[in-house]
Design a protein around this ligand. Sequence first.
Ligand SMILES: NC(=O)c1ccc[n+]([C@@H]2O[C@H](COP(=O)([O-])OP(=O)(O)OC[C@H]3O[C@@H](n4cnc5c(N)ncnc54)[C@H](OP(=O)(O)O)[C@@H]3O)[C@@H](O)[C@H]2O)c1
Length: 312
Amino acid sequence: MKVSEIGYGAWGLGRREWIGADDKESTRALHRAIDLGVNFLDTALAYGEGHSETLIGRVLKERREEVLVATKVPPRNRRWPAPKGVPVAQTYPGDHIVDCCEKSLRHLGRERIDLLQLHTWQDDFLDQDGWKDALAGLKRSGKARFVGVSVNDHDPDSAMRAVGSGLFDTFQIIYNIFDQSPDDKFLPACLERGFGVIARVPFDEGSLTGAITPETEFPDGDFRNHYFGGDRKRQVWDRVLRLRKLLEPEARSLPELALRFCLASDAVSTVIPGMRKVANVDANTSVSDGRRLTPQLKKTLRGHAWERDFYS
Ligand SMILES: NC(=O)c1ccc[n+]([C@@H]2O[C@H](COP(=O)([O-])OP(=O)(O)OC[C@H]3O[C@@H](n4cnc5c(N)ncnc54)[C@H](OP(=O)(O)O)[C@@H]3O)[C@@H](O)[C@H]2O)c1
């Protein structure tokens, strides 16, 4: 597959009940992204229990362009991230994978999914059977063109054996200015073996856009009340102020710097910012201009890595 380097993170499209995603606005944003050359959309069956997929299906019916869709099979036990030591029978038994793929095909209104990803992962799964035959069968039947893994948050080591196994075509991983851990072993291994890499959460859920200040409030029920809970907004803000000093001439804004950071890695095939607004689509797609960060700025950004897990 030849994918646009700016892809579309469609998680937010599914979450209308608590972060107020507006379907009309999301639809406009999807159309705008395709108008501007985005040809890779990342969604999941679990995003709004099919709502994100359904919205994408509706939009794609109105388009003539070839747009590639990646979706994900949720773990049967619905536990994110995948805990260690839980057997495949509770996460990805073969019949569950096939059922979920069928549901996603119906939501998307398609006969084939371009990339079917397992939504969580632990390398222990490699030693157990069931899921491998199911994925191979879906590939053979043409229902899934490629298969991949979405790696647990901030945990590239949990999928290093999966990279070595050769059973997957792509890996989706958190990679941003704060979490640069994939640079150590994970991305070099993917690059060496020629696997596709989807860099997710490029804005650290918004902090790397500069929009989260110590005063920012989130609606009730929004997961960011937890993600940016306690004094985390202050911690983020202090880091962001330091990053701001690096703007110009290579990036005019923090979102641009954040995306250029991801694209500076030769291993990254596409970066998938979450976007629901046309203005964000315009800003993010404009970064795909062929320019790359200088090695000096890349080196400076290394000093801004920040190891922590706000999800837990
Ligand atoms: N386990 C998994 O497999 C997994 C987990 C998390 C995410 N993902 C995938 O990765 C994608 C990206 O992650 P994410 O959406 O959670 O986080 P993200 O991309 O780090 O941040 C998204 C946030 O940034 C805002 N934004 C986007 N462009 C902006 C711009 N130019 N200026 C200012 N703000 C901007 C968005 O606002 P608006 O929404 O208001 O436009 C949204 O609030 C998801 O959509 C999903 O496809 C996968």
